[in-house]
Design a protein around this ligand. Structure first.
Ligand SMILES: NC(=O)c1ccc[n+]([C@@H]2O[C@H](COP(=O)([O-])OP(=O)(O)OC[C@H]3O[C@@H](n4cnc5c(N)ncnc54)[C@H](OP(=O)(O)O)[C@@H]3O)[C@@H](O)[C@H]2O)c1
Length: 294
């Protein structure tokens, strides 16, 4: 087994299937301690067994959290922090915010947020805050974004699309929010630390994401479309590449596809937009970033 990443600690959300599972397999296969996050005990143990069957010495562990609920995101962060205390460096080198969902209909979580916005944007926003004090001084935060961020904007008048919900519009807005979050995080970290954030565009990938919370036409379209996608292992290569670079080599480019930097949308680089989203998200999560050193 390749041990090039031994002593590195990496947290990957959505590590039970698709791109996140492929990344977890590859990074654990290179010797990192991978703390995967999943929402079901059964899927977590299946994923772990699958990785161990390929790499019997892999350091792969799973924690369970439903990321649609902020209460569970906070509990997850506490469990991760307590786990890394047992490691030599007691820090997280790489946090990959990868979990994602698609929902046909306007669905509200028990905490009152639209489901896609909660899982795809608010959860990584909150988890990153909670884990920031535990990140290594030149750690990395990697967001799984998407090329769909190019053709959209933030709907400030109705950010959760309560009045006119459209599944695809919400998904695109969330993937844009992932890039805006990475950009604003970097602005806030610039003069304070060497931690850097990146957004990864995996391309079209043959996973079941569009078959999970969906019905009818959305499900049908994804069934046909996803067949043209690349395999999760190929899609995970960019996040694996960024996660594996030596910590002294944090690249300055923010948006990555096929292991190379790419220009993100002009809108996603607008400071006024990312600041506004940040402030809205702070309120929705009930936090003040300055309490987390941000
Ligand atoms: N597939 C593509 O073409 C594509 C393109 C661009 C970007 N992406 C992005 O890539 C990321 C991974 O998606 P994927 O395509 O690999 O799909 P996937 O196989 O469905 O993976 C999504 C992961 O997120 C987890 N998840 C979903 N809702 C959750 C919740 N409430 N709490 C905790 N975990 C939850 C899933 O858990 P379960 O295993 O329990 O379902 C799974 O592990 C997403 O952010 C997606 O937006 C995908």
């Amino acid at each position: 087994m390749d041990k090039s990443l031994s002593k590195k600690v990496m947290v990957i959300t959505g590590a039970t299937s698709g791109i996140g599972l492929a990344a977890a397999t590859e990074l654990a296969g290179r010797g990192a301690l991978v703390i995967g996050v999943g929402r079901s005990e059964e899927r977590c143990s299946q994923a772990r067994e699958g990785i161990l069957s390929q790499y019997p010495d892999a350091r792969i562990e799973y924690l369970i959290a439903d990321l649609s609920l902020q209460k569970q995101v906070r509990e997850l962060a506490a469990a991760i922090k307590s786990r890394i205390e047992k490691e030599e460096n007691k820090t997280i080198d790489v946090l990959i915010n990868n979990a994602g969902t698609v929902a046909n209909w306007y669905t509200v979580t028990s905490e009152g947020f639209e489901l896609q916005f909660a899982v795809n944007h608010l959860a990584p926003f909150l988890l990153t805050h909670e884990l920031m004090p535990a990140m290594s001084s030149s750690g990395r935060v990697i967001m799984t974004s998407s090329g769909s961020h190019y053709r959209t904007h933030m709907n400030w008048k109705d950010i959760q699309l309560r009045r006119h919900y459209n599944c695809l519009m919400m998904y695109k807005q969330c993937k844009l929010a992932n890039v805006l979050f990475a950009a604003e995080l970097n602005r806030r970290l610039k003069n304070k630390s060497n931690i850097r954030a990146y957004a990864v565009d995996p391309g079209l990938v043959n996973t079941d994401i569009g078959l999970k919370g969906t019905y009818g036409i959305v499900r049908f379209v994804w069934k046909i479309r996803s067949r043209k996608g690349i395999e999760p292992k190929e899609a995970a290569a960019t996040m694996v590449f960024l996660a594996s670079l030596p910590l002294s080599e944090n690249p300055s480019d923010i948006y990555w596809k096929k292991c190379k930097p790419k220009e993100p949308s002009r809108y996603s680089m607008r400071e006024d937009v990312s600041k506004r989203l940040w402030e809205v998200s702070e309120k929705m999560c009930g936090i003040k970033s300055e309490d987390f050193g941000l």
